[in-house]
Design a protein around this ligand. Structure first.
Ligand code: NAD
Length: 329
């Protein structure tokens, strides 16, 4: 067509799935209110606008807004061609309490049926075990993944993934799961300005043939002008360093979110980077960042300079994370 190649959202293959995903993916957790109450019509408009501008990958979970995110995303998806959308949701996590996890075969099987209904679709492209470190990892390997494989053979789900914070949990499961039983890993908060520990696991994921999704490039709101929500688990030194980095970037004429997202998107071994969005303006801002960093090298020198200054501010808290889930078996 006559659309300039530089203005089109780049796509990347997702591991061995055969799927092509937009480098920028739409994180739908805010559609459930994770970052504050949202206007549902504006959220649906954001989904439609994202699709029109080339985002084909949408990620949700029954946990987000305790099913609300799936319901709102489902309303938005009614107006989009199903085969042109890569839709991922999750099983196993249903609340904030450790008791709100259930990775049993019966529960995850029922969960997929419920998600299909809320999303109003006949199949899910990627079904993921949500925050595996809160579950029993041996149960994930021996019971959950086989249950999801059964749903796959029924055509209800196409590909299978695992998500979580501690990278060691992915290694534990991938070391033990039969080859081909996990197609995708969704890691979060480990490839962003303040934390790049995901790099250490990328070669391993490649040898296992799993596609890699990086979520929370803004570190769940740490790398934003407004700062993180109250529930954010970052320890205080990380919070204050991120705020100082945001202030410094602003003083240099840069938005910390644009810098941070650009940084994450430049990593070629990540297939898609999921950002939480809920308005058309946010979608435009983030797509413009994606097109800027992947479509041209202009302003690279000045940006690199500001990035280096921000890295200095974040150096004392580099790779600082927080506990999540159970200790590994
Ligand atoms: P994020 O790092 O993308 O940050 C989202 C926050 O940044 C929101 O407050 C949003 O309002 C704000 N934001 C987005 N674009 C902005 C911009 N241009 N300027 C200023 N602020 C902006 O974190 P996230 O939402 O947690 O992660 C993205 C998605 O990844 C989630 O929606 C979810 O789909 C997925 N995710 C999955 C898991 C998991 O499976 N365990 C964990 C985290 C994230």
């Amino acid at each position: 067509g006559d659309i300039d190649a530089a203005l089109r959202m780049p796509m990347r293959p997702l591991g061995n799935t055969g799927l092509e995903v937009s480098v920028l993916g739409f994180g739908a957790s805010p559609l459930g209110g994770a970052f504050g109450a949202i206007n549902e019509a504006a959220g649906i408009d954001a989904v439609h606008h994202a699709f029109r501008r080339g985002i084909n990958f949408f990620d949700t979970s029954p946990y987000y807004g305790l099913t609300k995110s799936e319901t709102v995303l489902g309303r938005a998806l009614r107006d989009l061609p199903r085969s042109e959308v890569v839709l991922s949701t999750k099983v196993g996590r249903y609340g904030v309490d450790p008791r709100d996890f259930d990775f049993s075969a019966a529960r995850v099987t029922a969960s997929v049926a419920e998600s299909l209904e809320r999303l109003q679709v006949p199949y899910i492209d990627i079904i993921q075990c949500h925050d595996i470190e809160f579950g029993n990892l041996d149960q994930i390997v021996q019971e959950t993944l086989p249950a999801l494989a059964a749903l796959q053979s029924q055509g209800l789900v196409r590909h299978i993934g695992i998500t979580g914070l501690p990278l060691e949990a992915f290694h534990y499961v991938l070391d033990r799961a039969p080859p081909g039983s996990v197609d995708v890993v969704l890691s979060y908060c480990h490839y962003c300005l303040n934390d790049t520990t995901l790099l250490g696991s990328l070669p391993y994921f490649r040898t296992k043939g799993v596609g890699v999704i990086n979520a929370s490039p803004l570190s769940m709101g740490l790398l934003t002008r407004g700062g993180p929500p109250d529930w954010h688990p970052a320890p205080p030194p990380l919070r204050s360093a991120a705020a100082a980095a945001a202030d410094h970037a602003a003083a240099r004429g840069w938005d910390i979110s644009a810098l941070g997202l650009g940084f994450s998107l430049r990593q070629p071994d990540v297939s898609s980077t999921l950002v939480g969005m809920f308005t058309r303006e946010m979608v435009d801002e983030n797509i413009n960042t994606a097109l800027r960093v992947l479509g041209s090298t202009e302003a690279a020198a000045e940006e690199s300079q500001v990035l280096a200054e921000v890295a200095d501010i974040l150096a004392p808290v580099r790779n600082l994370t927080w506990p999540s889930g159970r200790p590994l078996p």
